[in-house]
Write a protein that binds this ligand. Structure first.
Ligand code: AMP
Ligand code: ZN
Length: 473
C-alpha cells in the first residue's frame, strides 16, 4: 500500500499515519443513531463522512470490518444521564411502544442511508440485543473495583483511573458544565464525572423496557452499549472509532474509561470525529422542533446525492453551515457534473498511464486526512484533461467507488425519468431562470410569454411553495 492514509486522531490531536493492528485489516466502529426520531441531515453528515472513510480504506486495499450499534435503550435527553429516556419520549409522542418506535426509525434511518449511498455497516446491532453482554461487562467492572452500587444504580468510578480526560483537552471545570445538572440531581455519585452503567431505580415510572440483572430489574446506561457491541464483533483491540464531535465528551470519554478498565489495556488507536452541520441558529439538533430530513429535501425536489456532494465539498473537520442557497449551488454543480460524465462515450482505448496518474492523485487527496474537496478537484481536472472519453468514463466509475454520487448512471436515469433530453432540459431551466428574472422586474407580460412558449413545446410550469417545477404536458 504505497498511498497510506494519514488521518487526524482526536486521541493524539495530530494528523497521523494510520497503522492498523493487523496488516491489511481494519476494525472500525461507528456510533449508530438513537432511533427515537428521524435522523436530521446533520446526523447524516457524520454518516456520509464516515462512509467516505470506510470506502477510502477499502479503495486503498484494506479489508474493513465495520460495526455499528443502534441505540434503542438508555440514551437520556441529556448526554449526562439526566432527563427523560429518549426512546420513551418518542413512544409517548407517537402513542406507540418503544419497540415500534425503534423499528420504524431504524428502517427510516437505513432508507435515508440508501438515498445517500451510505453503505450499511457489515454488522448492525441494536443495544437491546446485547443486554446479557452488558451485564457481564458491568459484573467485570464491579469485580475489578471500577464500579460501585449506590442508591440502586451501578456507577463507573472515574476516580479509579489515572487519567479520565484522555480525549479532550478541556479543563475539568469546563467539562463539568456539561454534567452540572447531574451534580444537583444525582447524590448517589461519588464523583461528579461518574456515570451510570445500570439503572434499577428508574426515574420514570413507566420506563417500558426493563431486564432482570444481578442488581434488580433495570436497564443499561447509554455508554456501555458501544464498548460491548464493538468488543463482541471486533475483539479487544480496535483500529478506528468514529462519531460526531459531540460524542467526544462524555460518550467516547466514558467508553474509553470503561473499556480500558475492563480490558486492562489500550482499546482503540484512532478516534475520528466529524464536525457539525450548523444552521443559522447553531448546531442542528432534533430537540429544536422542526428539523431538516432527507425526506424534506426530497419533497423540495432535491436529489439526496446533491446533499452528499454538498458534504463532500467541505472537509470533515470543519463545521459546515447549511442553507438552501448553498444546497442550490451544490445542485447546479451536481447536475453539470453528471451531465458532463453522462455525455462521455465509452468507446475507444483507455489510456492506462494517464488513468493511473489520476488514480494516484485521487488516492493521495483522500489519504491526506480525507481531503474530499481535493478529491473532487482531481475529478474535475481529469474531466478537462486531454484523453479519451473511455479513460475518463472508467476513472469516473472508479472514483465513484468512494464518492458514491452515481456519477456514471445519474444522468441517464434522470433523462429516462423526465422524458426529455439534455438539450431540452437545459433549455427549460434557462427559461425558468429568465421567467424568474422577468417576474422580479415586475415584467409579468414577459413571464406569461415564457410560460406560453414552454407550453407550446409541451412543458407545463407550476409555481409551488418550493419554487418553480416543470413537467411534460
Ligand atoms: P444521535 O442519533 O443523536 O445518537 O446522533 C447520531 C450521530 O450524529 C452521532 O455521531 C452524533 O455525533 C452526530 N451528530 C449529531 N448532531 C450533529 C450535527 N449537527 N452535525 C453532524 N453530526 C451530528
Ligand atoms: Zn457510541
Amino acid at each position: 500500500m504505497e498511498n497510506k492514509l494519514r488521518i487526524y486522531n482526536t486521541l493524539t490531536r495530530k494528523v497521523e499515519q494510520f497503522i492498523p493492528n493487523e496488516e491489511g485489516k481494519v476494525g472500525m466502529y461507528t456510533c449508530g443513531p438513537t432511533v427515537y426520531h428521524f435522523a436530521h441531515i446533520g446526523n447524516l453528515r457524520s454518516y456520509i463522512m464516515e462512509d467516505l472513510l470506510e470506502k477510502t480504506l477499502r479503495y486503498i486495499g484494506y479489508d474493513v470490518k465495520r460495526v455499528m450499534n443502534i441505540t434503542d435503550v438508555g440514551h437520556l435527553s441529556s448526554d449526562a444521564d439526566t432527563g427523560e429516556d429518549k426512546m420513551l419520549k418518542g413512544a409517548k409522542r407517537e402513542h406507540k411502544t418503544v419497540m415500534e418506535i425503534a423499528k420504524f426509525y431504524t428502517d427510516a434511518f437505513f432508507a435515508d442511508c440508501a438515498d445517500l449511498n451510505i453503505k450499511t455497516p457489515d454488522v448492525v446491532e441494536p443495544a437491546t440485543n446485547c443486554i446479557s453482554e452488558f451485564i457481564r461487562m458491568i459484573e467485570g467492572l464491579l469485580e475489578k473495583g471500577y464500579a460501585y452500587e449506590s442508591g440502586g444504580n451501578i456507577y463507573f468510578d472515574t476516580s479509579k483511573l489515572k487519567e479520565y480526560y484522555v480525549l479532550s483537552n478541556h479543563s475539568e471545570e469546563e467539562l463539568l458544565v456539561g454534567v452540572r445538572d447531574d451534580v444537583d440531581e444525582d447524590g448517589n455519585k461519588r464523583n461528579k464525572t461518574d456515570f451510570v452503567l445500570w439503572f434499577t431505580k428508574s426515574k420514570f415510572e413507566d420506563q417500558e423496557l426493563k431486564w432482570e440483572s444481578p442488581w434488580g430489574l433495570g436497564y443499561p446506561g447509554w455508554h456501555i452499549e458501544c464498548s460491548c457491541i464493538s468488543m463482541k464483533h471486533l475483539g479487544e483491540y480496535m483500529d478506528i472509532h468514529c462519531g460526531g464531535v459531540d460524542n467526544i465528551f462524555p460518550h467516547h470519554t466514558n467508553e474509553i474509561a470503561q473499556s480500558e478498565a475492563y480490558l486492562g489495556h489500550k482499546w482503540c488507536n484512532y478516534w475520528v470525529h466529524v464536525h457539525h452541520l450548523n444552521d443559522k441558529a447553531g448546531k442542528m439538533s432534533k430537540s429544536k422542533g422542526e428539523f431538516l430530513t432527507v425526506s424534506l429535501l426530497k419533497s423540495k425536489g432535491y436529489d439526496p446525492k446533491v446533499y452528499r456532494l454538498f458534504c463532500l465539498q467541505s472537509h470533515y473537520r470543519k463545521p459546515l453551515e447549511f442553507s438552501f442557497d448553498a444546497l442550490d449551488n451544490a445542485r447546479a454543480a451536481y447536475e453539470k457534473l453528471v451531465k458532463r460524465i453522462g455525455g462521455l462515450g465509452k468507446e475507444g482505448e483507455a489510456d492506462r498511464e494517464k488513468a493511473e496518474l489520476y488514480r494516484q492523485k485521487f488516492q493521495a487527496a483522500l489519504c491526506d486526512d480525507l481531503n474530499s474537496s481535493m478529491a473532487l478537484t482531481v475529478l474535475y481536472d481529469m474531466l478537462k484533461e486531454e484523453m479519451s472519453d473511455a479513460t475518463k468514463y472508467a476513472l469516473a466509475e472508479d472514483f465513484d467507488k468512494v464518492l458514491s454520487l452515481d456519477l456514471t448512471t445519474a444522468y441517464a436515469e434522470k433523462e429516462a425519468d423526465s422524458g426529455v433530453d439534455a438539450e431540452m432540459e437545459s433549455y427549460i431551466l434557462e427559461k425558468i431562470e429568465e421567467r424568474k428574472a422577468a417576474k422580479k422586474e415586475k415584467n409579468f407580460a414577459r413571464a406569461d410569454e415564457i410560460r406560453a412558449e414552454l407550453l407550446e413545446k409541451g412543458i407545463i410550469l407550476e409555481d409551488t411553495r418550493e419554487g418553480v417545477k416543470w413537467k411534460k404536458a
